[in-house]
Design a protein around this ligand. Structure first.
Ligand code: AOF
Ligand code: ZN
Length: 374
């Protein structure tokens, strides 16, 4: 803080970092290949710490968080502490290095959460700061920050997007009623939460079975966030999605990408393209899209987070391939009954690979989140 150079982590440090991590969620799904990260600039002139500058990675990925927080703080950055959820960048990209900007602004202490895996940055950002005698504390609430930017980190390390399986199940573990398509299973609070998850994702994915049975829109329909609907992807090896489906008809407003087999009918491919969809021709094995290839292709195109929304076959396929990183399970209060119900995917046989990471109540529904063990 102003003048003070304490090297210990204080409870105020934890509080401001937690606030920065919450703030970093703001532009999830909007920053392209850049992670959504946040910076808070805090100074203490004797009356307690005060936030004098805030920044979150801009929509599209630039300017970076630090630049904006420094601009807001102005002269007040001199002698202040910066809380950054990701190591400040060290490279001259389309913007100059944030580490240099922090030095020039007169920040004296940087508290950082996650280290940047980007080769142009990793460790070099901290080295610039230390080389200019700033005090640097690394790794503060690193797990929480990494959780928010898991898509960026998984895409960097595994060259595929982070995959979240979203499931809405009845009290007796059913995901729908036979032959009825979409039936309400969870309440309005859960549904709002799902739409927020859509807004924060880069893509939503369903199988052709779900697309045919439910004719879903898969958009974000939360008031004020309608513009944040992500790309909608359908696994459709043989191009069975009707041109009259809600997805295809809305493809000029929100992109629809169809993953089909490389040998799918060229006329059908062209019809989809003419209707405004994009075709992702992928190797298919026994009539099923090869998921690792598809995910690699999506990551190469900048998709860092995908939400898998159905159905049970697609969920089982991803689970069996070990490609689910996070499970978001919404359980409604009512039973559907075994005879009429469509059974949920077989989560039990995979549960040993996951740890419970979050529990909540959304109205009458129970929410449980699991994360893949490292
Ligand atoms: C920061 N602050 O807010 C973000 C950072 O293409 P560029 O030049 O914008 O650089 C992209 C890289 O910048 C990205 O891979 C990651 O290493 C870093 N992201 N860094 O200092 C930010 N979003
Ligand atoms: Zn930067």
């Amino acid at each position: 803080m102003s003048g003070a150079r304490s090297s210990a982590i204080s409870t105020a440090d934890l509080r401001f970092m937690a606030a920065a991590i919450r703030f970093s969620r703001r532009h999830l799904g909007l920053t392209g290949t850049n992670p959504s990260v946040a910076t808070l600039i805090v100074r203490d002139d004797g009356d307690g710490p005060v936030i004098v500058g805030r920044g979150v990675t801009a929509i599209g990925g630039r300017p970076h968080a630090e630049t904006q927080a420094i601009a807001e703080a102005g002269e007040q950055a001199r002698g202040a502490t910066a809380y950054v959820t990701l190591e400040p960048c060290a490279h001259h990209g389309r913007t100059p290095p944030c580490a240099d900007a922090l030095v020039t602004a007169g920040v004296v202490r940087v508290v950082a959460a996650a280290t940047d895996p980007d080769d142009r940055v990793s460790g070099k950002g901290y080295a610039i700061l230390r080389g200019s005698s700033l005090e640097v504390i690394e790794g503060v609430l690193a797990d929480q920050a990494a959780d928010v930017m898991a898509g960026y980190l998984i895409r960097s390390f595994k060259k595929r997007p982070e995959v979240t399986l979203k499931l809405a199940v009845s009290a007796d573990g059913m995901i729908g009623r036979k032959g009825e398509g979409q039936v309400p299973i969870t309440g309005p609070v859960s549904r709002a939460q799902v739409h927020l998850m859509r807004a924060e994702s880069d893509a939503i994915l369903v199988g052709i079975g779900t697309a045919l049975a439910d004719d879903p829109m898969l958009t974000c329909r939360l008031a004020g966030l309608e513009q944040r609907s992500p790309v909608r992807i359908v696994l459709d090896s043989d191009l069975r999605l009707p041109l009259s489906s809600a997805l295809v008809l809305s493809s000029s407003a929100v992109p629809v990408w169809i993953a089909c087999g490389a040998d799918a009918d060229p006329r059908k491919k062209q019809a989809m393209i003419d209707a405004g969809c994009r075709i992702l021709a992928t190797e298919s094995i026994n009539g099923r899209i090869a998921l690792p290839e598809l995910l690699e292709d999506l990551a190469a195109q900048g998709i860092a987070t995908i939400m898998v929304e159905g159905g049970a076959n697609v969920a089982d396929y991803f689970l069996n391939e070990g490609l689910i990183d996070r499970v978001a399970l919404f359980e409604g209060p009512d039973a559907i009954g075994e005879e009429q119900g469509l059974a949920m995917p077989d989560l039990r046989s995979h549960i040993a690979s996951f740890i419970l990471s979050h529990e909540a109540r959304f109205g009458a529904d129970r929410f449980t989140e699991f994360r893949r063990k490292p």
